[in-house]
Write a new protein. Structure first.
Lengths: 209, 794
């Protein structure tokens, strides 16, 4: 079958998709977006977390056909997504809207995006070996700065989940962070540096407002 | 020139930023947060096929027949291979003993053993084709424990053994056995005022790295193959792969792909040979990616163990003797079992002074899943048991468990049971003091003005208690782990370092075959190069087999050994750079000939800080490159009868304090805090050091309260191969982990550093167990602890 959907603001068309293929498989193997990770492929680890119409989901549990006509944000688009959100709302968190609901804020953020436009990767001055010079979202930068990345396999899913949490709850308590990220397994860090990173991103967002 | 463990001089450049001792950030960090870092499962090649492995559905059986015809007839299938299709006489592989068939021959010895492989144009086609292969089995009795393995009429898991351990083991179903005798334990026991005996069980733990086994094999035009792979040791893989393919090692090119964690589970081969076989057979690139279910069958696990201990002490609290017997279940193939036995035996009494010991450790061949390397490597199981014993002895003596440990703690100069003196700092008593001195978390943190925050209570969001039936406990433990490969292994690393001017700047390139598995070795290599060569820009070359071996990313050894090799090669490069400088500029300043010269901040300076030249001018038109091996001090084998021998390179120590809250009615445990104090010798990157300690601590927590592969004792089949049924700690299960880092230099090691990755995994588990015992008063002689063990319904 053919599936048409939007990924990181760009319309995408996937052909010859089998009925059993997951959104994760289509992203990784058909669209050249392997950033969403395949740690368990059974919805337990969260490493494949993406936003589907704004909602964090395990893309391994979403049948590819279900995303027809819908909008997906992956880790590859997270920096641009966060930038758009900040620029459009004049608020880095998206929670500054009148009703504070994530869905509304997200749609607002997405309205300003020209088709196939602003979501492209910033290629200028980028070091091909280290990625230095790449524009990052606050949560991505905080993960690097706090030492929350070791092997990094859980990182993409955690970033998408943490970014969404901070969008809804810009001042989370530790218990809030743990609850929001409890669907994302990490085997390297013991989670302490991940806690640090999320606290850091929240604090930096607070300063920026 | 290889240097043999000579004390290394510390020439820390104060003028060069980003050198050792700083918390510099990972060079791969940006790629990892943008999703661009290419892990082995992300590899892609035009026209590539997908490989799939058919695995045994039974644990022990003769293979009567294999019929691949239906699979081969499927559209989209390019190849199906069985044992009969292997191209050479070399059909087995293995780390130490080559007992593992590439594909099963005649019989299968464990549930999940590879039987056949398929290549197809879609992973689902490959899976369906594999499912159409008909294998007829004739069941054999399963060997599952010591009794069934060593019974007089036991079926041999491996018939006709002729490996280097087969001659000295008491039964062919014992892979290796290591006794250690020192002093006279029987006589010493007569001096004991209290004697405590205990039997302990340690469950089978999985490494559960998140990046599944995967890789891409691309056939080369010269008949060779290029393998992009996630592993812990490229050259060890190469040595095992090439002979099976019938290729010289030069025609099997290996490049390290992104590795999504390892923890020991990538020391053995998984899909490497299978992908290469299919690529060479089809002439097309072949990618294999395990799913999580297959991953549970695709790598070895931590040995489950039965441990029998006897400790004696005088009434003033001095240990008189220890007797112990540690039986490790090695499963169907040897993997790293012999070395795990050596570790378990030599570290079996812990970081204590005991003159009289009678120790025996052994690993069995059974039909259970193969077990081998996992973080802590034999020392973990022992630590769980000896620390439980230490608490029991202290209780019998009416002594404080910390004071009792401190009274018996080893220190620099203590003689190990193997006769080897501990010749660098061993601050065991100090680590205990420090971890005890850390402030305790407040009681009833879950209470708030709006009622109980269930997220902070046992049972969490299941909302099973608001504090009723919840009791707190505190427990302590300390452990000892060896660093580096032991028992006479030639444990060297190679580093190639190049220095040249690029874009008007001096740049160093570090090229090693070290497997970066997440630990941050690449960060540290750049720091070492900056410190030694005084440059700001360091490029880390991708790891591959175009440079000499870097040894394994295991045994807490990479910063020590490959870090040592990078330091050594940098020093050799520096000498060459200074030679060039003397040639070019020596006549301008007498200091070129007389002073001790350093490279700092992009300049050649005297040890007094006087600048002699810019590196850019020295290196103009010239590049300097050195590839050299580096070795730590040699070790020797343990005597097979007495266990005596200078077997280890270095020791590493950590202590933990666990605070738990237990819902005694439901048997649910919430670990509130796991504090750790560890001596790291020298923290080359403090941020990474703390990350390693917290990560290791959490894996120890996992096997204390949740992680266990359950193997059916009747069928030897794995019951829970998924993250639904095999639980690893989530962020809600994991407490805060305050870390106190001590830096007492080991003069034998580069920069005085100590390997750190494994020690925190040892003491974490017994500390949690001790805390649960403290809370509940239960004896708890097995780990992990499950609710039924706490409620009495087991």
């Amino acid at each position: 079958m053919r599936v048409n959907f939007t990924v990181n603001g760009r319309p995408q068309e996937a052909d010859d998709v089998w009925e059993g293929e997951s959104l994760l498989y289509v992203l990784r193997e058909r669209l050249g977006l392997p950033g969403s990770k395949n740690a368990c492929e059974q919805g337990e680890c969260g490493s494949c977390t993406v936003r589907l119409d704004g909602v964090p989901v395990c893309s391994c549990l979403v049948a590819a056909g279900q995303v027809e006509g819908r909008e997906v944000v992956t880790v590859e688009g997270l920096a641009d997504f966060a930038k758009q959100r900040a620029e459009h709302g004049g608020c880095a968190t998206g929670a500054c809207g009148t009703d504070g609901k994530a869905g509304t804020s997200l749609q607002d953020a997405q309205l300003g995006v020209p088709p196939g436009g602003a979501w492209g990767r910033a290629a200028k001055g980028q070091d091909s070996q280290t990625g230095e010079g790449t524009e990052l979202s606050p949560i991505q930068q905080a993960f690097i700065d706090a030492g929350a990345v070791q092997c990094g396999f859980c990182t993409p899913g955690l970033l998408v989940a943490a970014d969404e949490m901070l969008e809804q709850n810009p001042n989370p308590t530790d218990a809030d962070i743990r609850e929001a990220l409890s669907g994302n397994l990490c085997r390297c860090t013991g989670y302490e540096k991940i806690m640090d990173a999320v606290r850091l991103a929240a604090a930096r967002q607070g300063e920026a407002v | 020139m290889p240097t043999n463990g000579a004390p290394t001089k510390i020439t820390q450049g104060s003028q060069t930023k980003g050198g050792i001792g700083e918390s510099t950030l990972r060079p791969d960090g940006t790629l990892k947060v943008t999703g661009e870092f290419a892990y082995s499962s992300d590899m892609w090649h035009e026209d590539m096929l997908w490989g799939q492995i058919l695995r045994a559905t039974v644990a022990h059986a003769e293979i009567v027949s294999i019929d691949t015809s239906e699979a081969l007839a499927m559209a989209g299938v390019y190849a199906v291979m069985t044992y009969d299709d292997l191209p050479t006489d070399v059909k087995n592989y293995g780390l130490e003993i080559q007992d593992t068939p590439v594909l099963a021959h005649g019989k299968v010895r464990h549930h999940g053993e590879p039987v056949a492989i398929v290549a197809a144009d879609h992973p689902e086609t490959a899976r369906r084709a594999a499912a159409k292969i008909k294998v007829e089995y004739r069941d054999l009795p399963v060997i599952t424990d010591e009794a069934s393995a060593t019974a007089p009429d036991a079926i041999l898991v491996h018939e006709g053994r002729d490996d280097h351990h087969s001659g000295h083991v008491p039964h062919p179903n014992i892979v290796h056995r290591q006794p250690i005798f020192r002093g006279d334990a029987a006589e010493a026991a007569e001096r004991a005022d209290v004697i405590v005996k205990g039997e302990y069980t340690f469950g089978m733990q999985d490494q559960a790295f998140l990046g599944p086994e995967s890789g891409l094999a691309v056939p080369d035009e010269d008949g060779g193959v290029h393998l992009y792979i996630a592993t812990q040791w490229l050259h060890s893989d190469l040595k095992q792969i090439a002979p099976v393919l019938g290729l010289p090692e030069s025609k099997v090119r290996m490049t390290l792909s992104g590795v999504g964690g390892a923890f020991g589970g990538r020391e053995d081969l998984s899909m490497q040979i299978h992908a290469c076989l299919l690529a060479l057979r089809t002439g097309k690139p072949v990618k294999i990616v395990y799913n999580r279910f297959e991953s549970f069958f695709g790598h070895v696990h931590r040995h489950p163990a039965k441990l029998h201990y006897e400790h004696g002490a005088t009434k003033d609290g001095k240990l008189t003797h220890v007797k112990c017997r540690i039986v490790l279940d090695g499963g169907a193939y040897a993997s790293a079992s012999p070395a795990v036995v050596g570790n378990a035996a030599s570290l079996s009494i812990g970081p204590y002074v005991v003159e009289d010991v009678d120790i025996e450790a052994l690993a069995l061949y059974t039909n259970n899943p193969p077990c081998g390397a996992m973080r802590g490597f034999g020392a973990v199981q022992a630590c769980f048991a000896y620390e439980a014993q230490m608490d029991k002895v202290a209780k019998q003596l009416g002594m404080d468990p910390i004071k009792f440990r401190q009274l018996n703690a080893m220190e620099q100069g203590t003689i190990m049971p193997t006769g080897q003196p501990v010749d660098s700092p061993a601050p065991v008593a100090e680590l205990l003091r420090r971890v005890k001195a850390m402030p305790l978390p407040p009681e009833r943190q879950w209470e708030s003005s709006e009622g109980a925050d269930v997220r902070q209570l046992p049972g969490g969001l299941s909302n099973t208690t608001h504090g009723e039936g919840v009791v707190r406990g505190v427990g302590y433990a300390v452990g000892i782990k060896n660093v580096g490969f032991s028992e006479g292994f030639d444990d060297y690393s190679t580093a190639k370092v190049r220095m040249e001017v690029v874009g008007g700047e001096p740049v160093a390139t570090v090229h090693t075959a070290m497997a970066e598995v997440g630990q941050g070795g690449v960060t540290v290599h750049a720091q070492i190069a900056r410190t030694e060569l005084g440059v700001a820009q360091v490029t880390i070359h991708p790891a591959d087999t175009q440079v000499g071996s870097a040894g394994s990313t295991s045994a807490s050894r990479q910063t020590y050994v490959t870090g040592g090799a990078v330091k050594n090669s940098c020093e050799l490069v520096r000498e060459k750079v200074l030679e060039i400088g003397r040639r070019k500029f020596g006549s301008y300043h007498p200091a070129w000939a007389t002073a001790e010269l350093l490279l700092e901040g992009g300049k050649v300076v005297t040890d007094g800080g006087e600048v002699l030249a810019d590196l850019v001018d020295v290196l103009e038109g010239e590049a300097v490159e050195v590839e050299a091996e580096w070795r730590h001090r040699p070790t020797e084998a343990f005597d097979l009868r007495t266990g005596q021998g200078f077997g280890h390179v270095q020791y590493s120590f950590a202590a933990h304090r666990a605070v738990v809250e237990v819902d005694t009615e439901l048997g649910l445990v919430k670990v509130i805090e796991l504090a750790c104090a560890q001596d790291v010798g020298k923290a080359l990157n403090p941020l990474s050091v703390i990350g390693q300690i917290q990560g290791g601590t959490t894996q120890g927590l996992g096997v204390a309260v949740m992680e266990e592969i359950i193997v059916d004792p009747k069928t030897a089949k794995v019951r829970n191969p998924s993250f639904t049924d095999y639980l690893i700690p989530t962020i809600l299960d994991t407490p805060t982990i305050p870390v106190d880092v001590l830096e007492l230099a080991d003069d034998h090691a580069p920069y005085g550093l100590r390997g750190i990755g494994e020690a925190p995994t040892l003491s974490s588990t017994p500390a949690v167990l001790a805390a649960i015992r403290n809370a509940t008063g239960l004896e708890l002689n097995r780990t992990p602890v499950r609710p039924e063990h706490l409620t009495g319904t087991a």
